[in-house]
Design a protein around this ligand. Structure first.
Ligand SMILES: C[S@@+](CC[C@H](N)C(=O)[O-])C[C@H]1O[C@@H](n2cnc3c(N)ncnc32)[C@H](O)[C@@H]1O
Length: 271
């Protein structure tokens, strides 16, 4: 762990390396995308790549039944574009983006400066960690996270914090990739550099849902959305975004081999 408590690979990737500029992403978002509403003819262009990432946010945000009366926060907000979408497009009452990396928070504030000025009471970006969220008990109606939980060192602390900051009846929605089980950890390190470096942690999906139940969530729902994510993302990579043989192409292989999958996990606290 570095001096500021950030795991070194996370510190580097979202600090000096600024992953949002990598060729496999586009438009300031940093997720693999939901391609289910995009056409399948020909390699997707940059505009489609941006839209895929916005679509993943829309899929998550639509899980909240009453946006206009919901005060929500995003854990691992990156450049904060998903928070801006939640506010401007879906009309959430208030949105706070939380990120462990102070440089990401600074980028989020810069990228969304106009919205921060026009809606100062409804949008905010703050530094904080998934296992130490900067909110008082019961403060939020909803909490969500998009492609960030694979970086959390452990998920028990996140589950406990989510249960603490949500009000009774509050909802948590998490989307990202999880491993199929403990036996997948070693093969994932062999085929994917992000697991080998420790940037990504092979959290088994069953372990996460068990942690949510232990933390007090009822109604834990787990849905695989791999079919909507991996083939489209790989088509984009294959269209020239990365050189042939680049390790990122192995995500689709790891999915087909049953080592990992992409999920939407949602859970409610008892009312
Ligand atoms: C892959 S990016 C996703 C960003 C954004 N959600 C998106 O989809 O564009 C993951 C983000 O999670 C943040 N992060 C990593 N570990 C974290 C932690 N323990 N607590 C809060 N944020 C974390 C990183 O700094 C990074 O900005």
């Amino acid at each position: 762990m570095s001096e500021d408590g950030i795991f070194p690979a996370v510190q580097r990737t979202y600090g000096s390396d600024d992953l949002s500029l990598a060729a496999s992403f586009a438009g300031g978002y940093i997720n693999f995308g939901d391609w289910s509403t995009l056409g399948r003819t020909g390699p997707p262009d940059r505009a489609a790549r941006v839209r895929s990432q916005q679509e993943l946010y829309r899929r998550v945000l639509r899980e909240f039944p009453d946006p206009t009366h919901s005060r929500v926060a995003e854990v691992g907000c990156g450049r904060g574009l998903g928070c801006a979408l939640a506010l401007a497009e879906l009309g959430f009452a208030a949105v706070t983006g939380v990120d462990i990396h102070p440089q990401q928070v600074a980028r989020a504030r810069a990228a969304n400066a106009a919205l921060l000025t026009s809606r100062p009471d409804r949008l905010d970006y703050v530094t904080g960690s998934a296992d130490r969220l900067p909110f008082a008990d019961g403060r939020l109606d909803g909490l969500y996270s998009v492609e960030a939980a694979q970086h959390f060192r452990e998920l028990a602390g996140f589950a406990r914090e989510a249960a603490r900051v949500l009000r009774p009846g509050g909802r948590l929605v998490v989307t990202t990739f999880f491993s199929s089980g403990p036996a997948a950890a070693e093969p994932l390190r062999e085929v994917l550099a992000s697991f080998a470096s420790g940037l990504d942690v092979a959290h088994p999906i069953d372990g996460f849902s068990a942690e949510l139940s232990r933390a007090g969530f009822a109604e834990v729902r787990v849905r695989s959305i791999g079919e909507a994510v991996w083939p489209g993302f790989d088509r984009y990579l294959a269209g020239g975004a990365v050189p042939p043989g680049h390790w990122s192409r192995n995500f689709v292989t790891a999915w087909r081999d049953g080592l990992l999958d992409y999920y939407v996990v949602s859970a409610d606290l008892p009312a």
